[in-house]
Design a protein around this ligand. Structure first.
Ligand code: SAH
Length: 340
């Protein structure tokens, strides 16, 4: 049986047509599932009994299990258990502009970035679309307020699970469902070039963030193995083409690691690298992981780095920090229940 949360409105319309019924039932169902948030199909009281039992035979509405919720001021971290007993985490952040959820896209991750906790466990599998949709829906239900923004920046490399992630965006964006505007959706990649090209043809205006973290290949090779496959010049060629096609501003993420990529020379080199691109740089102070060789850059140097970019007319922000106490910050999520 298929989980119904993996089906777009269009998929459900096709389903109803295929079984010889009417496609408007898809909108009715979307209303029950995403607006009224029912847990059992039998609650969909405006759909006839015989049709409902057919739907119940074909789909499950099984949810994920919330194993634990940790709270800290304006952040909550959810530990979910999947049907096969695997675990993933998602984070809710409460901003003044709304509520954003950071979702995971894989169990484990194969990208091997040195500074990231999520990659300490190799990829076990991709998440199914419904497993991503349910992270958002279940958090929204728990919160009793609308989730306005979603970022795919949790565990996993979303462009290594491309099709499921795109279907996930289509479902979140559906006006008859959660109705989250495409401009409020963001996907972050470590730089899988063929998928960046494919993404430039994706019909929704979802934001793209790229984890850059270094101004040149020498440094990037040391901290991000993916750079050996798609080095900076190849990555930037793809990003320029992406911009030409979509006209959408890019975000670069840049984690500052003491003594590795945080020097004033690095800042100057970074400014040169992105010059002329419509982008902004999001500086992320490094969050502690189990890699004891890495240290967070001190505040003075963070500000120096920031100022150099500013002076070069680069739009730059320092990421607001969320959830370090409960290990819910960038790079700290895991697909394991036990402490490592
Ligand atoms: N695999 C995707 C999605 C992960 S997004 C990607 O690489 O973009 C998570 C963001 O947090 C990425 O920019 C990642 O590089 C960054 N990050 C990873 N470890 C971190 C750490 N320890 N401290 C701060 N940011 C980190």
């Amino acid at each position: 049986m298929k989980n119904i949360y993996g089906f777009s409105l269009k998929d459900l319309e096709n389903y109803f047509i295929e079984i010889g019924s009417k496609k408007f039932h898809a909108k009715q169902l979307y209303d029950w599932l995403y607006i009224k948030k029912i847990e059992h199909l039998k609650e969909a009281s405006n759909i006839s009994k015989p049709l409902l039992s057919k739907i119940e035979n074909d789909f499950t509405t099984k949810r994920l299990k919330i194993v634990e919720v940790q709270k800290e001021e304006d952040v909550r971290k959810y530990l979910f258990e999947l049907e096969d007993g695997e675990h993933i985490e998602a984070v809710l952040m409460i901003h003044d502009f709304g509520h954003s959820v950071c979702v995971s896209s894989q169990v484990g991750c194969n990208m091997g970035c040195r500074f990231c906790e999520s990659g300490r466990r190799k990829k076990v599998r991709n998440l199914e679309t419904y497993e991503m949709v349910l992270q958002v829906l279940m958090i929204e239900k728990d919160l009793k307020e609308r989730v306005s923004h979603v970022v795919v920046m949790g565990i996993g490399e979303p462009f290594d699970n491309y099709d499921n992630v795109m279907k996930f965006f289509t479902i979140l964006n559906e006006p008859f469902g959660l109705a989250i505007g495409a401009r409020h959706l963001t996907v972050s990649t470590c730089g899988i070039v063929p998928k960046i090209k494919e993404f430039s043809n994706f019909p929704l205006q979802v934001n793209l963030a790229v984890s850059l973290h270094a101004p040149n290949n020498e440094i990037r090779n040391k901290i991000m193995p993916i750079n050996k496959v798609y080095p900076i010049e190849i990555l930037f060629r793809a990003l320029k083409e992406y911009y030409k096609k979509t006209n959408r501003r890019l975000t670069f993420e840049y984690v500052l690691l003491e003594g590795i990529n945080d020097s004033t020379e690095c800042a100057e080199e970074l400014a040169k690298l992105v010059k002329g691109l419509n982008c902004y740089i999001n500086i992320i102070p490094y969050n502690e992981t189990n890699n004891l060789n890495l240290k967070r850059t001190n505040v003075v140097q963070i500000m120096r780095f920031y100022d150099i970019l500013k002076k070069n007319n680069i739009t730059v922000t320092i990421r607001k920090e969320f959830g370090r106490k409960i290990s819910a910050a960038c790079g700290q999520l895991r697909s394991k229940k036990e402490e490592l």
